[in-house]
Design a protein around this ligand. Sequence first.
Ligand SMILES: Nc1ncnc2c1ncn2[C@@H]1O[C@H](COP(=O)(O)OP(=O)(O)OP(=O)(O)O)[C@@H](O)[C@H]1O
Length: 326
Amino acid sequence: MTTDIKVPAVSVHELRKRFGDFEAVKGVSFEVAPGEVFGFLGPNGAGKTTTISMLCTLATPTSGTARVAGYDIVTERDEVRRNIGLVFQDPTLDTYLTAEQNLRFHAELYGVPKSLLDGRIRQVLEMVGLWERKDAKVETYSGGMRRRLEIARGLLHSPRVLFLDEPTVGLDPQTRAAIWGYINKLRHLEDITIFMTTHYMDEAEYCDRIAIMDHGRIVVIDSPEALKASVGRDRVQIHTGDDEAAIAALKERFGIDAAVHDGAVTFAVPSGEEFVPRLFAELGMPIRSVSVSRPSLDDVFMKYTGTTIRDAEADPASAWRMMARR
Ligand SMILES: Nc1ncnc2c1ncn2[C@@H]1O[C@H](COP(=O)(O)OP(=O)(O)OP(=O)(O)O)[C@@H](O)[C@H]1O
């Protein structure tokens, strides 16, 4: 099998996974270039973990094909496994061992050459800021430190593709920021492709490209910038003394449908800056403040899935509708 650098890091063709009567992944196709940071975004149950598990050879596809680091995920499993690193949602560290012992154990499994091992352990532990704590048992580590150690372990055997399934879920904002700091450092230090899933829109911004997955399908795939540009509408929020009256006036005078979000009357227009002077001149009621924002990835998610990622997860009725649509 070739290891030519020009081979896509990940290439997927019509991949499907069925559990009994339920098809969790309904024929997805895409490619990830070497060196890319690629993000899978989508609500709970969209099929992200199932897809990533197939790519990591932990689940067998029902049909379709995929290659990771140039190797087939069904017929060349061992080669795929040797060339990938995994950081999954469920921790798999041995907590009664020290950080260094965990790494040595992993290195043995992956056959990391002994001559390289000491230097490599130091390098990955320094990268995630745990070198000073290498001799402490993992059971004494905080949740954030454990996640950092898992990232270090995922990198130890110099994989060509690192899979991260929700690397920051359940962590506080400071630790999330630190983990992203390591991921960004990685891009510069190692010749590696990063494939990750996330629920967090702010994290998706760091990716070179994002695939939005919904109900087992990829609904759109592009860079965060291109996706935001594709929304084509700005978000305007105004504060007035009477929200109901403002919503009625927006409808009557401009034909705009507005609603209250985050305590402000909110609506979308093609060009917010051009609209604001007209708003002040023609709304016919006092406006206390106004803000205009460019589309965010939340707006992108709304455009392509018809719901916000928070609503999709929080609202049982919408969850039910999503189930019914399947
Ligand atoms: N082993 C299994 N048996 C039956 N159904 C499964 C199995 N694994 C996953 N599913 C179902 O497949 C769908 C997709 O699940 P998956 O975990 O891939 O979604 P996800 O997008 O990763 O969601 P999350 O963000 O919650 O991890 C879900 O409806 C899930 O219940």
